[in-house]
Design a protein around this ligand. Sequence first.
Ligand SMILES: Nc1ncnc2c1ncn2[C@@H]1O[C@H](COP(=O)(O)OP(=O)(O)OP(=O)(O)O)[C@@H](O)[C@H]1O
Ligand SMILES: [Mg+2]
Length: 303
Amino acid sequence: MEYIVETNKLTKRFGKEYAVEAVDLRIPKGEIYGFLGPNGAGKTTTIRMLLGLMEPTLGNIKVFGKDLKRERIGILKKVGSLVENPSYYPHLTAYENLETIRKIYGVPKKRIADVLEIVRLSEVTNKKVKGFSLGMKQRLGIASSLLNKPELLILDEPTNGLDPSGIIEIRNLIKRLSKEEGMTILISSHLLSEIDQIADHVGVISKGKMIFQDTIDVMRRQSQKKISLKVNDYERANRILISNGMKADFSIDSITLPEHHDEDIANIVRVLVENNISVYRIEEEKRSLESTFLQMTAEERGL
Ligand SMILES: Nc1ncnc2c1ncn2[C@@H]1O[C@H](COP(=O)(O)OP(=O)(O)OP(=O)(O)O)[C@@H](O)[C@H]1O
Ligand SMILES: [Mg+2]
């Protein structure tokens, strides 16, 4: 797989505190990557390092396969970003605000109209930004991050503070950019529900550590219903199941069955009982994606 962003043991320490600790971030090309974590988890710190705004304490960062430290300028030319609350000149219009940034990038003036069109703000091109709603300001921030036609777009909590319709607007915008422009997009959030609906890949960070990174489908599978068994001898029970060609995950105090057709469960119990294993309990664990996420981050918080 080709990764647009690849970090290796990325670490940032503030004094004695690790804000980010040994994070191996992998963002596949052309995908929407959801970077999830509760407040203070280390999302913004990671993003600042990816954008060269902050020096890592340890570890390295590759973007487009190149070392960020060595090829910073060349890399950042192809990256667009929106980190925390963007600042504007309220007394200037949308167009004038974008013009100040366009000059820095040196892209043609025509690009301003294009990006305003992409974020659906063409109608307010010449309106002063001080009259904009939060959602409009957020879209203007995304417009400015698109001025340089980035191949990689990094959005730090772009829906923060927006109402449900504002959130949907931004979500659709991100999907459109991914599909129509083929952009690779990193979007951070503390809400799983937001990431769930747009991301292909998810990274969950908690207390500075990456505790899950895979496709959203894998995360969904992990959160499906499971059957857990309480028996008198887990190791032996597990051996019996394996030698009978049955699949199960076993730990020191439970056996969990990924498959949960009624007939499978009945078979497993029969085989165990025939082999003199005492089956004490059969429990069904129902977990939503949200509770999987909460549990992942709770374990890390020591709850
Ligand atoms: N400049 C700094 N100096 C000292 N500590 C910092 C600094 N920046 C961040 N931190 C600490 O690093 C940790 C991670 O913060 P960070 O802003 O990266 O989290 P976050 O995941 O973006 O959270 P949020 O969802 O609230 O935006 C926090 O404990 C924070 O207090
Ligand atoms: Mg943050």
